[in-house]
Design a protein around this ligand. Sequence first.
Ligand code: S3P
Length: 184
Amino acid sequence: MGGAVVTPHLVLIGLMGAGKSTVGERCATALGRPFVDTDRLVELNAGMTVAEVFSSQGEPAFRALERTVVADVSVSPEPLVIACGGGVAVDADNRRALREHGVVVWLRADPQELATRVGSGAGRPLLDGGRGGEGGSPAVKLARLAVLREPAYEAAAHVIVDTDGLAIGAVADLVLEEYRTWNG
Ligand code: S3P
């Protein structure tokens, strides 16, 4: 292994509604570097929205597009701030790539608070779609996903930031503090 020492990306993971994009944009501005969002890059590559990819091609196709995006952004020579779609860290290859090239921060939040933030879940197929047998409100679905994904988020994260009750600016400050600590 070895290789040149490069500045790591700042990578944000966590469930839908955790604030990855909003916090990520703030952090990118503060660090003076580009912000990328894996969902937006998938949409750019696919030429359609995430919801359209899910409905026309199915979730496996979405995950494949997502893996390609993660592999690409991870090896960007320019340090980035990367907001990951909620399911990115579930994939072992994604976790490996992001941990290798970035400082991975899990924005953790109580599912009930996440549900308040995402509202009806519009535009988020895992929340507003009736996926076979997985009924329930966004709150119920988020609680289920939280239990299922916690081990993956934990395995992916270098740092955990608890966001409950915090304003976006305060979360961004905590993230930047942790990132700077990790980054020396
Ligand atoms: C997903 C989260 C979404 C998006 C897709 C699937 C998930 O991103 O990637 O709808 O599996 O949790 P956000 O977390 O940015 O909403």
